[in-house]
Design a protein around this ligand. Structure first.
Ligand SMILES: Cc1cc2nc3c(=O)[nH]c(=O)nc-3n(C[C@H](O)[C@H](O)[C@H](O)COP(=O)(O)O)c2cc1C
Length: 368
């Protein structure tokens, strides 16, 4: 049904307009108590066997919404109503900013992919912190807060910009993510080099501890799929050294070659980060490499091209404790999380593992 609706309505609309329209419906639905109870019952059934503990947090399951969909923390309950077990808001920057000029979001329907160069359009850390502070949750869900650099802030002042966001937002974050991997802020991905990353992560850790002395807010870093393998290893080693809580792999890719893209070449060559199905193989590869390096010392979050329960299961076997998705939600609609959970519970039951936790990293620990 959603596929027909997508072809008839959303596909004919500008991608960003369609996003805002869907977003408005979700936010409206969650305001009506009877409706939200009904929608949650249909779209967010809970499976006991999928209960997950990660980052010191209890969740209904391992599958959550990746950053970028709810940049300003306005639809956390709406996304929980649709079955996402955690919602990562942001990227939020120190200061508010409009992002890049439109048009900046493109669909590659044949490839089940998107290209975006949104450029961190968001209300800024002060406004988002105020919104989170006044939030009255309707559904219990884990809220991750993803932070990034304000575009106009020079690289030399990047740490201070992240620290500002961390201080303002950590009090409302179940976990905090340092995003150094979006391709749409000039110079941002250079911060993935260990020489830049060490002082940045240390400063954000201290800022979070200063802002929230009573609780250790878990800190994660989100990396790009375009890192060379040695750089993936270097980030993994640094994460262990600094006592980081997790790594999110991966963000979107700037690659286009060798991905078998069949969509209109004029769209394929748009500047920005590519997400969705064509990202699947590399994201999985990066995840597997990370798990081989860090094992169970750090929580890994698998994201990039997760479309089905089988994809999520493969991420878990490759070392992910948590799994996220974004692009497939655009193509599959409100049944995305529900179908994924149902399939994942079935996959676990058929497997030799008693719990999801037992399956984490099994493929890497015992290669076939
Ligand atoms: C339109 C769009 C905006 C995004 N914005 C952000 C962002 O602000 N911060 C971030 O860390 N990732 C952002 N992402 C990346 C996603 O969180 C995710 O890492 C990536 O899309 C791969 O997952 P997917 O293939 O399931 O979409 C964005 C992705 C899309 C499609």
């Amino acid at each position: 049904m959603y596929k027909t609706f997508f072809s008839l309505v959303f596909k004919r609309m500008d991608a960003e307009r369609a996003h805002h329209l869907a977003f408005r419906w979700i936010r409206l639905a969650v305001r009506v108590p009877v409706l939200r109870t009904f929608v949650a019952a249909v779209f967010a059934p809970r499976y006991k066997e999928l209960r997950t503990e990660a980052l010191g947090l209890r969740m209904h399951g391992p599958f959550g919404l990746a950053a970028g969909f709810d940049k300003n923390a306005v639809a956390i309950d709406g996304m929980a109503m649709l079955g996402f077990d955690h919602v990562e808001i942001g990227t939020v920057t120190g200061e508010p900013q409009p992002g890049n000029p439109k048009k900046r979001l493109f669909r590659l329907v044949e490839d089940r992919a998107l290209i975006n160069r949104m450029g961190f359009n968001n209300d800024g850390s002060l406004a988002v912190a105020a919104r989170l502070a006044s939030r009255r949750p309707v559904f219990k869900t884990v809220v991750g807060v993803n932070i990034g650099k304000t575009k106009v802030v020079p690289e030399a002042e990047a740490v201070a910009d992240y620290v500002k966001s961390a201080e303002r937002l950590a009090p409302y974050a179940d976990y905090l993510v340092v995003n150094v991997s979006s391709p749409n802020t000039p110079g941002l991905r250079d911060l993935q080099a260990v020489g830049h990353l060490r002082p940045l992560l240390s400063a954000v850790r201290e800022a979070a501890d200063r802002a929230v002395p009573a609780r250790r807010v878990p800190l994660l870093v989100k990396i790009a799929p375009d890192l060379a393998d040695e750089d993936v290893d270097a980030v993994a080693d640094l994460a262990v050294e600094l006592g980081l809580d997790g790594i999110i792999a991966t963000n979107t890719t700037i690659a286009r070659e060798g991905l078998g893209l069949t969509s209109d070449p004029a769209v394929v060559q748009e500047t920005g980060g590519l997400s969705g199905a064509p990202l699947k193989a590399r994201s999985l590869e990066v995840l597997r490499r990370l798990y081989a390096r860090v094992g169970d010392r750090i929580t890994l979050v698998g994201v990039g091209g997760v479309e089905t329960a089988e994809d999520a299961w493969q991420r878990i076997l490759a070392g992910a404790t948590l799994v996220q998705g974004y692009s497939a939600f655009i193509y599959q609609g409100p049944f995305y999380a529900r179908d994924l959970h149902k399939g994942l519970a079935a996959r676990l039951r058929q497997s030799p593992y008693a719990t999801l936790a037992d399956a984490v990293g099994a493929d890497v620990r015992n290669p076939a």
